[in-house]
Design a binder for this molecule. Structure first.
Ligand SMILES: Cc1ncc(C[n+]2csc(CCOP(=O)(O)OP(=O)(O)O)c2C)c(N)n1
Ligand SMILES: [Mg+2]
Length: 597
């Protein structure tokens, strides 16, 4: 049988090193599925329940392996479903290739069934390279250029294959005008700044007395270098959400998360420093960085367009984090005074005690912080952690103490709901021998994570380590937004939009052959984690949590306090419990004119 365009396409992907893709079939892309079948597992297809989930998996696969993530969908609705997951990759700078079908070339422009202008639809998210193939020999350079763009620029690209073209006989490009003869292969360059720039950076860093570092996902491969530089500079370091695994939390100068989900010591680190060294982070919120003019700044990032974007830096270094820090280290002078680090350490000591106190406060029925608090000391080595967007991201970011060798990620830039379970599934296809734990809100579970449990039920038996746990925080509320409505908008809780149905998630797990655990008493939490971590199959650990434990930022502005009071004065239907919850968490001062409970 002659080789079809699809056979060639799959072969070329394989030649590029692609071994796995996530997706969902449909008649617009059946030619490629036929070729995947004929290729006999050379490129493995992982079946998700929904194309958006497949795109999240591709994004997470790229995050957890450092390789290209690939997702595949049919024309029209399948391609449209991919979009949110692709934006997740785009906003977190992950290399992802989207492959979609399309109607036959002869039908295009005919208002045909499932005909969507996919090049236009995908133009923003896959703007680095989005092309619809129109002839067989074109497919070679479309694959080569898309993948080289993905890897080289850390971008999302898309190849759209009309279904008639997929079945045509493949022809190599003839040696003729108007043809291309592309090749495969990409190696990452070593990107380091010129020495003169490193010297400028060193001058700024050496002259500081209170150096703060902010590290993000770009520093994930640079743990040793970050530690060496921080020690030399006597610096404290905060971690952006995607950089949670850059530094272990037991170091007495690591202040943990920053920003709305962050810690008080990170807030103080940034407001009190005189020098800022930012490495591999696109952390978005400038108000959590030093005040403009307060600190001299140095930033290291591979992407020039991410430099001096949140804070005006004096020295902007385009470079790989590990390589650049290694070159910088010999130029840095040790600090003679350790007062700054001592101050950070004592802030941290107080902070961890405060967090423990907050986590152990009684709640109705369970304080959600305690979920993370009890999990931390029980985390298995090499665990991979994911979180959904919602109040659980606060506890994930703030309370979970990560150790070296672990991985942690979530939908960062896009902060999309519905990413934690597909992320946790992709983690298993990236590292089947590592345990995986996801924290997910009940809203996010209902949105689409629940359906992906079926994907877990389908595949888990092939995972070398079966430990895969999703912890569902069942608060019958879209809690993060409920609190945003109160604190940011001064609006009382709008039950109509915020309350969600109670669903027995653990029983759904049991129905589909997973293990289900339900906890509604605080003292049952620790044993439940132990049981989940010892289970011989994936577990849904459902915890009934209190929606009135406020997921508030570490530093509450006066305006936010006023807004919360306004919300309550307007008649929040849950006022009493809100007051009790805020008071127990040490936020009573937030409520002007009200008595502490
Ligand atoms: C796709 C998407 N839709 C809406 C939002 C806005 N949003 C952020 S958190 C949140 C509430 C999440 O509720 P749940 O999953 O129950 O977690 P909780 O905050 O209650 O712990 C919402 C609606 C979002 N981030 N992503
Ligand atoms: Mg909820």
């Amino acid at each position: 049988m002659a080789k079809t365009v699809s056979d060639y396409f799959v072969e070329r992907l394989h030649a590029w090193g692609i071994r796995v893709m996530f997706g969902y079939p449909g008649d617009g892309i059946n030619g490629v599925f036929g070729a995947l079948n004929r290729a006999g597992g050379k490129v493995r297809f992982i079946q998700a329940r929904h194309e958006e989930m497949a795109a999240f998996m591709a994004s997470a696969y790229a995050k957890f392996t450092g390789e290209l993530g690939v997702c595949i969908a049919t024309s029209g609705p399948g391609a449209a479903h991919l979009v949110t997951g692709l934006y997740d990759a785009r906003l977190d700078h992950m290399p992802v290739l989207a492959i979609t079908g399309q109607q036959a070339r002869s039908a295009m422009g005919g208002h045909y069934q499932q005909e969507v202008d996919l090049a236009s639809l995908l133009k923003d998210v896959a703007g680095a390279f989005v092309q619809q193939a129109s002839s067989p020999s074109q497919v070679r350079h479309l694959v080569d250029r898309a993948i080289r763009t993905d890897l080289g620029e850390r971008r999302v690209t898309a190849i759209i294959l009309p279904n008639d073209l997929q079945e045509m006989t493949y022809e190599e490009p003839p040696r003729a005008h108007g043809t291309l003869h592309s090749g495969i292969g990409f190696t990452r360059p070593r990107t380091v700044p010129y020495e003169a720039q490193l010297r400028r950076a060193a001058e700024v860093l050496n002259s500081g007395k209170k150096v703060a570092m902010l590290v993000g996902a770009g520093a994930l491969e640079a743990t040793d270098e970050v530690i060496a530089v921080a020690d030399r500079l006597g610096a404290g370091a905060a971690k952006a959400l995607l950089g949670k695994a850059v530094l272990p939390d037991d170091l007495p100068w690591v202040t943990g998360a920053i920003g709305l989900l962050g810690t008080e010591p990170s807030f103080r680190l940034m407001t009190e420093c005189d020098t800022l060294l930012m490495v591999g982070s696109g952390f978005p919120y400038s108000e959590f960085l030093p005040k403009e003019g307060q600190a001299r700044g140095v930033q290291i990032d591979l992407a020039p367009d991410m430099l001096s974007l949140r804070y005006p830096m004096e020295v902007n270094l385009v470079g790989d984090a590990a390589e650049t820090l290694r070159e910088l280290l010999p130029l840095l002078q040790p600090k003679s005074d350790d007062a700054w680090r001592k101050e950070i350490a004592s802030n941290l000591e107080r902070w961890w005690k405060k967090l423990e106190d907050r986590a152990m406060q009684p709640a109705n029925p369970i304080n959600p912080q305690r979920i993370a608090w009890e999990l931390s000391p029980r985390l298995p080595d090499h665990v991979i952690l994911t979180s959904d967007s919602g109040s659980c991201a606060n506890w994930w970011a703030r309370d979970i103490k990560i150790r070296r060798g672990m991985m942690a990620s979530l939908s960062g830039g896009l902060a999309s709901m519905g990413a934690a379970v597909p992320y946790a599934i992709a983690a298993k296809f990236a590292h089947p021998d590592r345990p995986v734990i996801a924290l997910v809100g009940d809203g996010a579970m209902q949105m689409n994570n629940m359906a992906e449990l079926i994907t877990v039920a389908k595949y888990w038996r092939e995972w070398a380590d079966p430990r895969w746990i999703v912890c569902v925080l069942n608060n019958c509320d879209l809690n993060q937004v409920t609190w945003e409505q109160r604190v940011m908008n001064g609006d009382p809780k709008y039950d109509c939009s915020q309350q969600i149905p109670d669903v027995p998630y653990h029983r759904f797990a049991e129905l589909i052959g997973l293990e289900g655990i339900f906890v509604d008493r605080p003292d049952a939490l620790a044993p439940a984690w132990e049981r989940a971590l010892a289970a011989s199959r994936p577990v849904v650990l459902e915890v009934k949590t209190d929606p009135e434990v406020p997921p508030l930022p570490p530093h509450i502005t006066f305006e936010q306090a006023v807004k919360l009071s306004e919300a309550l004065l307007k008649g929040d239907p849950h006022e009493k419990r809100v007051l009790a919850g805020a008071a127990r968490q040490g936020f009573a001062s937030l409520l002007p004119g009200r008595k502490r409970e």
